[in-house]
Ligand binder design. Structure first.
Ligand code: CO8
Length: 265
């Protein structure tokens, strides 16, 4: 049975090296309240620390969607800048997703709005089902995205497209998300989403975990560097991988015409 973190608002299951995190507040369309924030933070930290886990999959329970963002019912007026700073969004939950050194996949169905979209943006790969609807509607609430959206979306799809989406707050569907590069894969149906996302997580979990972590590090850290420094980072990581047992195992498996068994050593 899945463990629950933050009450039952976030569930965690471990299956063949894949940590499956399920947002589980379906009656509130998985709106992010304190329990979801705490649960997601805990889940990511636990899975990051678990040596048996190689890939993390974030999905959501309920027919209507992945997550509709911050719980608007928790919003309240604050009277001063000092008070505002005290209640400013606690985005440790997004930081915990972004801090995963293991590949993270978001499987998105239905509504994926505001902070929910920002959870998906903190993952490495996004897969959607045809019913997925994305949007950053914060502008309609007199706000801006507050959990990384203004930074991660432009880096992913370019600032022109990201500004359009954030200034209008318009929602867009799965095909458009694929066209924009918000998602890299589209499942053929809602029913197929979980299976496809899990197969992807399994496939990545079967790679060398060190190589997977280094790909992620090279791309994510490299994005903040100039080209020469990025190439230098790649070279360092590549050189480190030359010393691993995993890469010798892969070469041996190739010669012996069998599947490699990677250990992360
Ligand atoms: N928070 C709390 N409850 C919500 C939220 C939400 N964000 N969205 C929907 N619900 C609730 C509704 O109140 C309703 O509950 P009830 O049945 O008890 O009244 C239930 O979910 C179903 O919603 P609807 O009846 O509205 O269903 P519709 O199909 O008519 O519409 C929508 C679905 C389009 C998703 C609509 O509910 C909607 O637009 N919701 C608001 C979405 C939104 O604006 N999200 C952005 C929030 S801002 C944000 O995420 C900023 C993040 C910055 C980080 C901050 C960290 C603290």
């Amino acid at each position: 049975a899945p463990e629950s973190h933050g009450g039952s608002a976030v569930l965690v299951e471990r299956r063949n090296g894949v940590g499956i995190v399920t947002l589980n507040r379906p009656d509130a369309l998985n709106a992010i309240d304190m329990a979801v924030r705490r649960g997601l933070t805990r889940a990511c930290r636990d899975l990051e620390a678990d040596p048996d886990i190689r890939t993390v999959l974030i999905r959501a329970a309920g027919a209507r969607g992945f997550c509709v963002g911050a719980d608007i019912k928790e919003f309240r007026q604050v009277e001063s800048a000092v008070a505002a700073r005290r209640v400013a969004p606690d985005i440790a939950y997004i930081d915990a997703v972004a801090a995963l050194t293991k590949p993270a996949i978001a499987a998105v169905h239905g509504f994926c709005l505001g902070g929910g979209f920002e959870i998906a943006l903190a993952c490495d790969i996004r897969v959607a089902s045809p019913d997925a609807v994305f949007g950053l509607p914060e502008v309609n609430l007199g706000l801006i995205p507050g959990a990384g959206g203004t930074q991660r979306l432009p880096r992913l799809i370019g600032s022109g497209r990201a500004l359009d989406l954030m200034l209008t707050g318009e929602r867009f569907g799965a095909e458009e998300a694929l066209r924009l590069g918000v998602v890299s894969r589209l499942a053929p149906s809602r029913e197929a989403l979980d299976e496809q996302a899990l197969a992807l997580a399994d496939a990545i979990a079967a790679k060398s975990p060190t190589a997977a972590a280094y790909v992620k590090e090279a791309v994510k850290n490299g994005a903040d560097l100039d080209l020469a420094a990025g190439i230098a980072l790649e070279k360092t990581l590549f050189t480190l991988l030359l010393t691993t047992e995993d890469r010798m195992e892969a070469a041996a498996a190739f010669r012996e015409k069998r599947r490699p068994v990677f250990t992360g050593r």
